[in-house]
Design a binder for this molecule. Structure first.
Ligand code: DQA
Length: 144
């Protein structure tokens, strides 16, 4: 089964972001790790990144139209993009929100997620492993 793994702004620049917050992998290493973990659990992961809100909305529409499960790290859009929230709500297959860091342990503006309310669940704070945990959560949701 194909899944979409969508990553929001600045996640392609993990090489220069705070590794104590986001872990030691650069984006291409993170992408490979997700692809390998997905394959191990019987999924084919299509891992994408964009800094552009409209592009991410288009990908969510694609997931809605193809009934594809989604793992999404909306990055900073998490905290304020009602447009991404509304698009995520259109996805009827499981949708899991992930974060590398634990936003609740950071600045107050990161404590709000406008996406969580339309996700099956949220996983954050485990570095790149957050994506692996999301893949495991997906296998459970899909076999229910
Ligand atoms: C993030 C957390 C967000 O607050 C931040 O804006 C990001 C990354 C994470 O994966 O920890 O860009 O989504």
């Amino acid at each position: 089964m194909k899944i979409l793994v969508l990553n929001g702004p600045n996640l392609a620049r993990l090489d220069i972001r705070d590794s104590s917050m986001y872990g030691d992998l650069n984006y291409s290493e993170l992408k490979s790790m997700i692809e390998i973990a997905a394959t191990k659990h019987g999924f084919q992961a299509d891992v994408r990144q964009s800094d552009d809100e409209a592009t991410i909305i288009g990908w969510l529409h694609e997931a809605a139209d193809t009934n594809r499960p989604v793992i999404i790290n909306p990055a900073a859009f998490t905290h304020y993009s009602y447009a991404i929230r509304d698009a995520a709500e259109l996805v009827k297959a499981p949708l899991i929100e992930v974060h590398l860091s634990n936003p609740l342990a950071r600045e107050e503006f990161r404590h709000t997620s406008v996406i969580s309310g339309v996700a099956n669940g949220t996983i954050g704070g485990f570095g790149p492993n957050s994506y692996v945990l999301a893949i495991i959560a997906l296998t459970n949701l899909i076999s229910r």
